[in-house]
Design a protein around this ligand. Structure first.
Ligand SMILES: [Zn+2]
Ligand SMILES: [Zn+2]
Length: 307
């Protein structure tokens, strides 16, 4: 995307200004979000040192709906996970309600075998290894999964940054509602801004194309506006959107009338800048409450939207 993004703190400051009631929770999460967004660049050089072989993007595989890292093992990337854990665990443990788990989380991320096995489950979706790890560490499964996603996320982002978004090359390159790199569902989506051609100041495009944002590996990909990312149904009347008020600055939830899943969405044509999408997803938690009241389920359960 051409326009530069706001930083995490710029985005959070904007949200707090509009919605002061969220200040305590946004302030609590801010250090973790900021540190996490700075990590992938620091981890990037460690990928070569680790000897990890990046799988090539294969068009025919992608057309069958297989994410890039499907079936891959993160084996060998433990040093990156360690670095990520060193930076992020203290911030994670400082979150309200998390301090009681500090010792168990610390020892979990020191156990290479167990922690890499659990990390692989983020890519395979096999929950058995995760459930076993939760039992062994005496951590509630939701807490372990949250910590794992927080710590492994920047490592996956460092990997995803090595590709030049081949999934967005053509409209047919990647047709799925889940992430082309890691297979997760998006935490938030956005409609892009109008595009101006700087040289002659003509409107080059009306904007409004839909992009999905993966909270785990940070990848963004284009997706059809009339289609449900969860059940794949498409056509008029499938996707509806819900706004909180008239003056919502493009913030809404897009939900499927068929399977009742939803994804927070921001229409950037109604925003002044382009927010950091991870901070924005957290800042739209008031919409998660609206969605829960309507009986909808989040496409990507987050720590804060599991009511
Ligand atoms: Zn992803
Ligand atoms: Zn659906």
């Amino acid at each position: 995307m051409a326009e530069s993004r706001q930083t995490v703190s710029e985005t959070l400051a904007g949200i707090v200004e509009r919605r002061p009631v969220l200040a305590p929770v946004l302030n609590a999460f801010a250090p973790l979000l900021e540190a996490r967004s700075a990590l992938p660049e620091k981890l990037s050089p460690m990928i070569e040192e680790s000897g990890f072989v990046l799988p090539p993007w294969r068009q025919e595989r992608a057309q069958q709906g297989a994410p890039l890292l499907a079936g891959a093992s993160l084996k060998g990337l433990f040093p990156l996970l360690r670095k990520s854990a060193d930076v992020l665990l203290p911030l994670l443990e400082a979150l309200p309600g998390m301090n009681g788990y500090a010792d168990a989380l610390t020892s979990f991320f020191q156990n290479e075998e167990m922690c890499m096995r659990a990390a692989d489950t983020l890519l395979t979706g096999h929950e058995t290894a995760l459930a076993e790890a939760a039992e062994e560490t005496h951590l509630p499964p939701a807490v372990l999964l949250f910590a794992l996603e927080v710590v492994v996320g920047p490592v996956l982002r460092a990997l995803a940054l090595k590709y030049d978004a081949p999934w967005d090359e053509r409209a047919s390159s990647w047709m799925q509602g889940f992430c082309p790199v890691c297979g997760s569902f998006p935490s938030i989506s956005y409609l892009d801004k109008r595009v101006f051609d700087e040289k002659n100041a003509f409107l080059a495009g009306g904007g409004g194309k839909k992009h999905m944002h993966c909270a785990l590996c940070g990848t963004e990909w284009h997706f059809r506006r009339g289609a449900c990312p969860s059940c794949g149904k498409e056509g008029s009347g499938v996707m509806e959107f819900l706004r909180e008020s008239e003056n919502s600055r493009g913030e809404r939830i897009d939900w499927c009338t068929k399977c009742k899943s939803y994804c927070p969405t921001v229409d950037l044509r109604e925003c002044a800048g382009t927010p950091d999408m991870d901070a924005m997803a957290l800042g739209m938690m008031h919409m998660d409450i609206v969605a829960a009241q309507k009986g909808l389920t989040p496409l990507k359960p987050s720590f804060w939207n599991q009511f």
